[in-house]
Ligand binder design. Structure first.
Ligand code: UDP
Length: 374
């Protein structure tokens, strides 16, 4: 008989914690989930305002090519047929994203794939021989100056708060190039938004799980540690280790949300503002994620922001220094002092730019190593 009240205390009621909690419960284990916020769901939590699901912590579109993950989430919720097709606004002109035949037509008037390829080759010419070592070089190498200056540079520098020459090039790999008239932002096999919103998914995952919200693990760490055989921690890993090795850097966001007394503000869920001088990066019109027909609409201006103790750590900054630091923290986490008692996972504990499907995949993988022999 174990002396512990729970098998696992899970710190963080986000998607990673939700999947682990569900799987542990399924195996008949006792789990307690705690979260310092006053709700569960982490950053995919939506607040319903005027009948519209407002993505309170930034827009989320579920997309994956991982069939196991897709089947997994479909046990809990159905997905609608939303396809992400953001529009970019640069100096009052609109462009389709990702870079595709529509974009090339809008930029240069080229009408066929052959013309587009020729134009891009011409644009790339001055940068052909560089070996890209940062995002600016990568973008110029791939597409040349016009695409870079119109659709990438301003957005990226606002988003990350530093020159594009100081940003790792992998960030831009999320933006595909296409020689078809296809405005689907993602290349994945499966995509959509949960019918009824993301809370439907997280509530289903947490069904029957004991959750205490509005409690901070660090206010009572010893108590929580003693409650369970093991602790799964999904928060900031540097905070867990009391910043012993130094602080990891994050990029934060600030959202300004308005209810508008009109039915349709911008005709699309996502419009990016790629000019440097416009302080926000995008305007999200939430109803369009679910094809809403409400009388009013809700829009959110998204402003990138320095991370501080007063705001949320949204994006890890996976440059060389931060990657070295996270590797050292992970070594600590794997050391004998910690590995028997603590598990770590999710965007913040892994310090990885995970999408939702990556998060679920990582959580399922942890459940396999951790729970399968119990
Ligand atoms: N990006 C860009 N122009 C755009 C949209 C994105 O240059 O109009 C770049 C930018 O560097 C950004 C990256 O692509 O950080 C990924 O953007 P995405 O919107 O896919 O990521 P999210 O912020 O939604 O995770």
């Amino acid at each position: 008989m174990s002396n512990f009240q729970y098998d696992y205390v899970i710190v963080g009621a986000g998607l990673f914690g939700a999947v682990f909690a569900r799987e542990a419960l399924q195996k008949g284990l006792k789990v307690l989930v705690i979260d310092k916020r006053h709700h569960s769901g982490g950053n995919i939590y939506c607040e319903n305002i005027e009948g519209i699901n407002v993505h309170k912590y930034g827009a989320h579109i579920f997309h994956t090519s991982n069939k196991e993950v897709w089947n997994y989430v479909n046990q809990f919720v159905e997905f609608n047929h939303y396809v992400n097709s953001p529009i970019a606004n640069y100096r009052e002109k609109l462009y389709n994203l990702p870079f595709n035949m529509n974009t090339f037509y809008q930029l240069w008037g080229v009408k066929t794939p052959a013309e587009a390829r020729a134009k891009i080759e011409e644009q790339r010419q001055p940068y052909r021989d560089i070996e890209p070592s940062n995002l600016e070089e990568q973008a110029l190498f791939l597409g040349g100056k016009d695409l870079y200056e119109t659709l990438i540079k301003g957005y990226t520098e606002k988003q990350w708060g530093r020159p594009a020459t100081e940003i790792p090039s992998f960030i831009i790999k999320r933006l595909p190039f296409r020689f078809t008239f296809d405005n689907n932002y993602f290349n994945d096999l499966y995509q959509g938004v949960p019918i009824g919103g993301y809370n439907t998914l997280t509530n289903a995952l947490f069904e029957g799980v004991e959750i205490h919200t509005g409690v901070n693990y660090f206010d009572n760490k010893e108590k929580y540690d003693q409650l369970a055989r093991k602790v799964l921690y999904t928060g900031k890993i540097d905070e867990f280790f009391e910043y012993q090795l130094g602080k990891l850097e994050y990029r934060s966001l600030h959202f300004e949300t308005q209810v508008l007394d009109q039915e349709n503000y911008q005709g699309n869920a996502v419009v990016n503002y790629t000019e440097k001088d416009i302080p926000f990066t995008r305007i999200i019109e939430h109803k369009h994620f679910e094809f809403g027909t409400q009388e009013k609409t809700i829009v959110t201006h998204e402003y990138p922001h320095e991370f501080s103790k007063d705001n949320e750590p949204y994006y890890p900054i996976n440059d060389t220094d931060n990657n070295a630091l996270i590797a050292s923290y992970k070594e600590m986490a794997a050391s004998a002092d910690y590995c028997d008692k603590y598990l770590f996972g999710g965007r913040l504990a892994d310090y990885r730019y995970y999408d939702m499907d990556d998060t679920i995949e990582a959580a399922l993988s942890l459940t396999k190593t951790e729970l399968d022999n119990q």
